[in-house]
Design a binder for this molecule. Sequence first.
Ligand code: KG4
Ligand code: ZN
Length: 337
Amino acid sequence: MKILGIESSCDETAASVVEDGRRVLSNVIATSLEEHKLYGGVVPEIASRRHAESISGVVEEALRQAGCTASDIDAIAVTYAPGLIGSLLVGVNFAKGLSVATDIPLVPVHHLRGHIASNYLSSDIEPPFLCLVVSGGHSHIVAVKSYTDFEVIGKTRDDAAGEALDKAGRTMGLEYPGGVSIDKLSPSGDENAFTFPKPKVHDAPYDYSFSGLKTAVINIIHNSNQKGESICIADLAASFQKSVVDCLISNFESAAENFGYNKLVIAGGVSANSKLRSQAEKMCKSHGWSLCLPELKYCGDNAAMIASQGYYEYKSGVRAQENLNAYATMPLDDLQY
Ligand code: KG4
Ligand code: ZN
């Protein structure tokens, strides 16, 4: 079965053809990232306009690179939630139009389920497993019971890990996205130069909280500016990254121990982080657990992961109606469409 995936939830306009959920025939991505760098974060209005300009060319190119025409496609899978509403609507409306015009069934895909499926593109891993999903908008610990049955065990109460890294990076004067800049700068800094509090959420051992850590790093910079003291940004970046990764790993490890998982998976934009990848490897090795990480090219937003998850949703009978809408928020374990 060939699935055409379409993704437009943030600043990447992406289309991909994936066979049987696993074999990527094409993976095309156009991004408006460079324009957003000027503003230190994604400007939703600019992102939606660029999606509208790029989407037909991106989909055409994905079909061309896969050696397909629309008649070879068995289903269209589209990200319909969560994300920037103006961005999501471009992908959803394009997919609906294509589905009606070609009579190809349409499958709605949750963006975070797609991130989890990015792992199916580079390995033969199958559920059940425990997944840490860390992106710019979400930090979740998810029990993946089957390809379409999920239970959120823990999540952030405030900022997502990627959001905290991006905001801290911006205050450090680093290029957007801060998560990427902090990862690049950290090897040249001392990760023990600064110590940060270890945030814990009372009565919710698997939930995260990153806003206090983010504020702590911002206060260090503001205080040093006020006093006219210089601080080593590489040391600060490395120390902050270490404390974010320690938090992510610590709850993930307790969840795996307490729920009895020995197959661990990481997904989402922050899964590209080198410190997170190496700490996760170390943790899994010490317990004798297996670890699956997406290939770097599938960590960020892409449509191959949407096509992959779309395949499994399709097989479980999920179909969109012609009135499919987009939603800025949607729990990953209780879908409405
Ligand atoms: O999954 P994603 O591409 O978009 C969302 O669904 O949010 O994630 C984007 C996030 C941004 O916060 C970005 O800073 C972060 O992923 N990110 C990283 C790295 N690469 C991307 N964070 C830390 N280290 C990286 N190497
Ligand atoms: Zn994403």
